[in-house]
Design a protein around this ligand. Structure first.
Ligand SMILES: Cc1ncc(COP(=O)(O)O)c(C=O)c1O
Length: 405
């Protein structure tokens, strides 16, 4: 069988309302966030996003990686400060630490794609100055344990919520549990602007520094003052940092904001559909004895736009044959640890200043962990086709099995 069960790379169309605003901008040429005296699309997006998440402040920037970098810089970490993060994340995350002149320290990740709390605890020593929690592919690590451990040591937590927009933990939005939360608007995320990112925080010192370093030169920071905010904490913070910080110019353009804003009202529906699609495919895959889909944690309500599963009882050669068979059945499955130069395999991060660490548990998980996109717009028929193609690929390699009726 060779067919195309569903394109997993087609995004949902951008809502039509974006067109009118973009047309107007093309006419006026007003694409820069700081030209208008007030209410530029980027400013409105920041207000809407902060209110959606329940955060005091939001800063829209060019990418989630930029948001992570600015978060670390705004924490005022000294050169060579050590930042603890999971060994399973995207290469841009340790890269943001290196950009900030800090040193990434990696901890083990378990078979369920979440941080191994025992290893995290043992590495959270006096030499760690900050923590980045990558909720990789939207899988939330045990934030109760992580926040308790970090609060006890007064270590700031930056949440890399690139894939977690709409995910909650005990009902609270992921990205609002740590000191700063960073989100991505890159195409393969819940909200798609091609590129883009945003950080949220309740801390005026952090946001004031991040705003200035993102490129709010001269007194453009005034355009970040919340409407009707007469409390002076934020204004004082801006005044204190005036002219003191380098400008990295990682701003978002009005065009991106115009693409993002009309998608915000669709988020709740996308989260609902994404979860329904994921759980439907997960239940089908769970029937196959060579596939296991790890459970979520109890406190977590997920918002997936992709599915991850582990192959069971397959050798490396069989795992590669499985990925090849899935492609022949029309579904692209990446095995994080077996595709060449994969950016999510820590042993490919040759830029790490202290070399590649030894993380046997994470390495073994990555060599059987599979990843398939599952955009929220898929129909049930397409979901059936995708699940069948994956199961058929496993059967091609391991032989058929009797399905439970
Ligand atoms: C876990 C994770 N964090 C951060 C990023 C970076 O996001 P961006 O492409 O917006 O910089 C990505 C990119 O996909 C990611 O997968």
């Amino acid at each position: 069988m060779s067919q195309n069960p569903a394109s997993v790379y087609d995004a949902e169309p951008i809502p039509a309302e974006a067109r009118a605003e973009i047309d107007e901008m093309l006419q006026s040429g007003d694409l820069f966030r700081y030209t208008a005296p007030e209410n530029a699309p980027v400013t409105l997006l920041e207000r809407e996003f902060a209110s959606l998440l329940g955060s005091k402040y939001a800063l829209a920037v060019s990418s989630c990686s930029a948001a992570l970098f600015l978060s670390l810089k705004a924490l005022g970490l000294p050169r060579d400060a050590r930042v603890l993060l999971p060994g399973f994340t995207f290469a841009a995350v340790p890269s943001s630490v290196v950009h900030a002149d800090c040193v990434p320290v990696l901890c083990e990740v378990a078979d369920n794609y979440r941080i191994d709390i025992a290893d995290f605890t043992s590495k959270l020593d006096d030499n760690i100055s900050a923590v980045i929690i990558s909720h990789m592919r939207g899988h939330t690590s045990d934030m109760d344990a992580i926040m308790r451990l970090c609060n006890a040591r007064n270590i700031p937590v930056v949440e890399d919520a690139a894939h977690s927009l709409g995910t909650t933990w005990h009902g609270e939005n992921i990205g609002t549990l740590g000191k700063v939360g960073c989100f991505s608007f890159q195409s393969y995320k819940m909200i798609n602007a091609g590129e883009g990112g945003v950080l949220v925080t309740d801390d005026p010192e952090v946001v004031a520094q991040a705003v200035i370093m993102s490129g709010a030169y001269e007194h453009n920071w005034r355009k970040h003052m919340p409407v009707g905010d007469n409390s002076s904490a934020l204004e004082k913070a801006f005044a204190r940092w005036q002219n003191k910080l380098p400008l990295y110019n990682l701003r978002m353009s009005n065009l991106s904001a115009a693409v993002i804003r009309p998608q915000l009202p669709h988020l709740a529906r996308r989260v609902r559909d994404g979860l329904k699609n994921h759980d439907y495919v997960a239940a089908l895959l769970a029937q196959c004895p060579w596939i296991s889909v790890p459970d979520k944690l109890a406190a977590e309500q997920r918002a997936p736009d992709s599915i991850q599963f582990n192959l069971v009882g397959m050798s490396d050669d069989e795992t590669l044959a499985f990925a090849q068979a899935a492609a022949e059945h029309g579904v692209k499955v990446q095995v994080f640890g077996l595709s060449q130069d994969n950016a999510r395999a820590f042993w490919n991060w040759e830029f790490l200043p202290e070399g590649i660490p030894d993380l046997p548990q994470t390495r073994s998980m990555l060599s059987r962990a599979c990843d398939t996109r599952l955009p929220v717009r898929l129909t049930q028929r397409e979901l059936d086709n995708i699940a069948n193609a994956i199961i058929q690929a496993a059967q091609d390699v391991k032989g058929s099995f009797a399905k439970a009726v």
